[in-house]
Design a protein around this ligand. Sequence first.
Ligand code: SF4
Ligand SMILES: [Zn+2]
Length: 309
Amino acid sequence: MINYRNSAVSDYIRCPLAFHFAHNLHLQKIDDDSGEHHRRFGQAIHSALEVIYVDRDLEKAKVKMRECYPVQLDTEDLAKTVDNACFALEKYIEHYDWDKEWTVLSTEETDYDGSYVAVTPDMVVKDRNDNIFIVDHKTTGKYLNYDYFSDYDPNSQVTHYVQRTRERYGHCDGFIVNAIRFAFLKRASKDRAAGFNVEFERQVFQRTSSQIQRTERSTEEWIEEIEHSRRRGHWRAAETSSACKFCSYKSICSAGWSWEDDEELITNVFRRVCQQKIGNDYCNLDLNHSGDHRHELVAAAPVEFVVEV
Ligand code: SF4
Ligand SMILES: [Zn+2]
């Protein structure tokens, strides 16, 4: 049985054809600097936060941030920059006072046991009352309001994570969405200064046993369907165009190309990427590359940063 990441199952639910492009053919758009910027910046913040919680060392976390995001891939984005990230890390530890009441039980551990949906929580922590929480770090430009957090209820990722943490630690007292907002305001508003603003907000989500059972059941059914599509070699397109709005494979679909007939045309615009998980990253070398897996940053104009030690 193939192990699926929860996000892969969600991709299939959104559009089986997009799942096929992403998870079977491993197609990634060439020159997708903006998408790569958000992904890389988010991953760098995750790695820096891991240092904050594991090593309890702010300076080391800043160095990690600069190491993981050494070049600004999207120069138009004035909020998500490495300098702002270092400032945000300082404010973060002040704001949460290092989360001293938390003991870290694990960071970034992938758990495949007993199920075919792989989960990799950013962090599992225990508080002073022995409550166990999953902590998921999110970086966003959106307002951290009701709308933002409503995405997590219902949300099968949250449900799977809670269930697997219960299995592993005996109980799970919630899934904490640890949101950090990076915003750049051209003009001051009534409660925010002009320039870079960082905001922090957390919300805890719970899941009941019956919610967990329901989600497990429906995930099993979706995975059966994925396997069925694989056996037939047929991946149907999305039922509604709303799925296509932000899809990176739109150019393939609108041109009417198929992999079988138009591989050469497709590989002018897309490359096939390895995507093997390595630490907090995914290998971005060509599919079937030789040698070790690694993630390489590619940017047109490297920017140098002075690291204070
Ligand atoms: S453009 Fe639409 S139909 Fe095509 S892969 Fe993307 S979501 Fe699916
Ligand atoms: Zn690789």
